[in-house]
Design a protein around this ligand. Structure first.
Ligand SMILES: NC(=O)c1ccc[n+]([C@@H]2O[C@H](COP(=O)([O-])OP(=O)(O)OC[C@H]3O[C@@H](n4cnc5c(N)ncnc54)[C@H](OP(=O)(O)O)[C@@H]3O)[C@@H](O)[C@H]2O)c1
Length: 425
């Protein structure tokens, strides 16, 4: 890294979320002595962004690079230790950059939540990344860092308290306030376009283990939540829209971890809807709404209409005020094979997809660059939970609004425990 001109290049700096990332790095989190640059395809937009960031950004170099120009992408990769990309939909614009990172041994992180594309990238480039040393880390935003690191944190606490990992883990959304940008919706719509065109993609979307290594054997049956009364949470639950990506990432993390061979592991995600008849009705409404949306998106004509007239356009998204007033509160429950139980809470105080995601992504890039040792974590396609260690928890605690807390341990430990500790993993 010492011989690279930059430590980080933010590619897609002019995207909706890229601008928030740059603003965060310029005004909110000034990493000491950071050498970084902003890159995008449009020089005009880059200059406008720089002007909007004010005096504090005058020293930050601008690079004009198009995601379709492989030689320019390679040249950009040669100049930096880490590329952080917000150029999406990734399935449309992301592959040449991943290929360039892999072929130049450049570390990479992004915000994709597109399982079909991640699978393609792993399939095509993992072997080369292992040889060349590039660490590729997808899903470093709201999907799927809170889920993946939430499970990691829960398992660390379980091991500390019980001497074993949980074989059953659930995540339930207790509260979530936030919106969606045009870029996020465009990525979702593109997935449906791909499923229309390619039967194999449709098949993959029915395989919850689609991101696990091909030789991964321990395929414990997994449940997809529609409507259920969940005794462990004392509440009804309905589906959670990001479960499709998060569960796949968590299962890949489990498959890549050393202890995966020793245990069966199940993981699911849902949304808590409350108690009694009201809670049940809400869960059913949520399941119906989610089902209807998916059916509507799978009809080509209707999708075209939604694209044109209903959804926000790329480049637009929640207002700065909405980003600041948004939040999320996720609850995790884990049970060991011996029946010990642990509950964990993961929260953030900004809008999940943008205010929170931008900070998490920036810290992922900084951590990858400065704290993930190349000798310990070698090249390949990692997940957040398998690439990041305690330094990332410390970064999230110190420089973002994310909090990880143990809420309950059963049976209670004999010696007075740090039951509500636990910013520190
Ligand atoms: N994981 C999460 O929690 C999470 C949260 C938010 C967003 N996301 C994902 O992040 C991505 C970005 O979202 P967004 O709302 O910021 O999207 P956006 O505003 O639509 O931005 C897309 C960016 O891609 C750039 N781009 C398109 N074609 C390009 C090319 N050929 N060369 C270089 N750049 C090109 C655009 O450049 P111009 O600026 O020049 O138009 C734009 O900056 C999406 O894929 C979204 O799904 C994920």
């Amino acid at each position: 890294m010492a011989n690279k001109e930059f430590e980080i290049i933010v590619f897609g700096a002019t995207s909706f979320v890229g601008k928030i990332v740059c603003n965060y790095l310029v005004h909110e989190h000034r990493e000491p002595n950071l050498r970084w640059a902003m890159a995008a395809r449009s020089e005009v937009k880059l200059r406008k962004l720089k002007a909007s960031l004010g005096q504090a950004s005058v020293q930050i170099p601008l690079l004009v690079v198009d995601a379709g120009d492989e030689s320019a992408l390679r040249a950009m990769c040669e100049r930096t230790a880490v590329i952080v990309s917000t150029v999406g939909p990734y399935a449309l614009y992301g592959e040449l950059l991943v290929r360039s990172c892999v072929s130049t041994g450049t570390d990479y992180c992004d915000l994709t939540g597109e399982p079909q594309w991640i699978r393609r990238m792993i399939h095509r480039y993992h072997a080369e990344a292992v040889v060349g040393g590039a660490r590729i880390v997808h899903c470093c935003g709201f999907d799927s860092i809170p889920s993946d690191l939430g499970v990691k944190y829960l398992q660390q606490q379980a091991m500390q308290q019980f001497g074993s990992y949980c074989s059953e883990v659930k995540m339930r959304v207790k509260n979530l306030k936030g919106g969606a940008s045009g870029g996020t919706i465009a990525s979702m719509l593109n997935l449906y376009d791909e499923m229309d065109r390619d039967h194999a993609v449709r098949e993959q979307m029915t395989d919850i283990f689609s991101l696990c290594p091909a030789d991964f054997q321990k395929r414990t049956p997994q449940q997809e939540i529609k409507v259920l009364y969940d005794k462990d949470f004392g509440s009804w639950a309905g589906p959670f829209v990001m479960a499709a990506i998060n569960t796949r990432v968590v299962l890949r993390s489990n498959a890549l971890r050393l202890h995966s061979d020793e245990q069966h592991f199940s993981y699911d995600e849902g949304t808590l809807t409350g108690l009694g008849r009201k809670g049940e009705k809400r869960a059913r409404r949520l399941a119906r709404g989610t089902g209807l949306l998916m059916r509507a998106l799978s009809i080509t004509l209707l999708r075209g209409f939604i694209k044109r007239f209903v959804v926000p356009k790329p480049g637009t998204g929640p207002s700065p005020e909405a980003q600041l007033t948004g939040c999320y509160d996720l609850r995790f429950f884990g049970r060991t094979a011996a029946g010990q139980e642990i509950s964990v809470q993961v929260t953030d105080d900004r809008d999940p997809g943008y205010g929170a995601t931008a900070r998490i992504l920036a810290q992922s890039a900084l951590c990858l660059c400065r704290e993930v040792d190349k000798e310990q974590i070698k090249g390949g396609f990692w997940t957040p939970a398998t690439v990041f260690g305690d330094a990332m928890f410390a970064r999230l605690r110190n420089f973002t609004g994310m909090r990880f807390n143990v809420q309950k341990i059963t049976p209670e430990p004999a010696v007075s425990p740090p039951i509500v500790s636990a910013d520190r993993p």
